[in-house]
Design a protein around this ligand. Structure first.
Ligand SMILES: NC(=O)c1ccc[n+]([C@@H]2O[C@H](COP(=O)([O-])OP(=O)(O)OC[C@H]3O[C@@H](n4cnc5c(N)ncnc54)[C@H](OP(=O)(O)O)[C@@H]3O)[C@@H](O)[C@H]2O)c1
Length: 337
């Protein structure tokens, strides 16, 4: 059995971890933390059937675990990651604290000095479809952001094939759980319900930094415009990406489809839809799948790629468990199908 600890168990991703672990035959939860609910149970903090006792973050018995999942806000994860690593256990961090290789880029996008820049080069960006072999060897996984998971998986085949040098337009929509559990005015029911709101559009959203980091590792010339929107649903992300293809390269829908099918044919959580179907939230919600649809607009030689995930599963806790399975030599799909 793998002995796990959950930091931040009362947040949306922490609760989703508890749900995945309940189905996982090789996991034993050794502790779950929350400062505001310490001394209570998870079922006191959220309507669920998990009577897992909650303890304060600082009371976590680190000598009892093999791996800690940090479901904490960015900025808060770094110090707990150091403690866990010093105690000899591994870390899967769901926050943005270890996703960027460069502390200066972290400061630019997150407005914080990084407390452990020396760990940034050790951390592996936990997207199994791109970095599976490094994940298996890693002690510190930076679990990707939710938008970036949908976007990078949707674009990786085209980047690798050098199919474009143009700026790619990414239009993403997210359910409200993507903003976490802490209430703010922008996620108030009245502001969200029967509405659709763009926010941080252009090149300012924090997730742009990790998307371009991964993109530029494959194709240094490529760049993105990223326009996220808040959708009045609880969960799910749909990213629609507009890619101007190289004219000399003879692209058509069949060739695009072949590229995506060949890239992802051995991936357990990637689904490419047949011609004429479009990815929707329903294809992926409540699963660890990423669903992709492909459309070619011949008149302007553009690909339109739609990519859907569940932000709390493939976009967070499911992917974190997929990473754990790889790190501990288990079947990658264990607990996730
Ligand atoms: N929501 C998503 O779709 C999603 C997807 C991918 C990644 N992520 C990332 O995953 C992390 C967790 O997200 P979430 O949506 O689960 O957040 P959340 O719902 O806001 O929960 C955050 C958790 O951290 C604890 N916490 C809050 N402030 C803290 C602080 N300053 N120090 C230590 N603990 C603190 C909270 O509990 P107590 O206050 O009781 O301790 C709670 O358990 C974030 O970094 C987020 O960006 C989220």
């Amino acid at each position: 059995m793998i002995r796990v600890g959950i930091y931040g168990a009362t947040g949306y991703t922490g609760i989703e971890l508890a749900k995945v672990f309940a189905r996982h035959p090789q996991v034993e939860i050794k502790f779950a933390t929350s400062d505001s609910y310490a001394g209570k149970k998870l079922s006191d903090a959220f309507p669920c059937h998990f009577d897992i006792p909650l303890i304060a973050h600082d009371a976590a018995p680190l000598n009892e675990i093999d791996v800690a999942f940090l479901a904490l806000p960015h900025g808060a994860s770094t110090d707990y990651a150091k403690r866990v690593l010093d105690a000899g256990a591994r870390v899967i961090d769901l926050s943005a604290d270890f996703r960027l290789h460069d502390a200066a880029v972290y400061k630019k996008f997150y407005g914080l000095e990084h407390h452990a820049p020396e760990l940034l080069l050790q951390a592996v960006y936990g997207l199994p479809e791109l970095h599976r072999e490094q994940i298996k060897q890693s002690k510190l996984i930076a679990n990707p952001g939710c938008y970036p998971t949908s976007v990078i998986l949707g674009l990786a085949p085209l980047w690798r094939a050098n199919a474009t040098n143009d700026t790619i337009i990414v239009d993403s929509k997210s359910g409200v759980s993507g903003a976490g559990r802490k209430p703010t005015q922008t996620v108030h029911f009245v502001e969200v319900n029967e509405n659709l709101s763009p926010y941080n559009i252009g090149r300012v959203h924090r997730h742009l930094s990790e998307m371009e980091q991964e993109l530029k590792a494959v194709n240094p010339k490529a760049s993105l415009i990223f326009s996220p929107h808040l959708l009045p649903v609880s969960r799910g992300i749909l990213s629609t990406m507009y890619v101007r293809l190289g004219d000399a390269d003879g692209w058509d829908e069949n060739r695009l489809r072949q590229l995506y099918t060949e890239t992802y044919c051995h991936e357990p959580f990637m689904r490419i839809l047949p011609s004429g179907q479009f990815a929707t939230l329903t294809h992926s919600n409540y699963t660890n799948y990423c669903t992709i649809s492909i459309h070619h607009v011949a008149e302007v030689n553009q690909a339109i790629i739609c990519s859907s995930i569940d932000n709390l599963i493939k976009g967070a806790s499911g992917q974190a468990v997929q990473n754990m399975n790889l790190m501990f030599g288990l079947d990658e799909t264990m607990g996730l199908l």
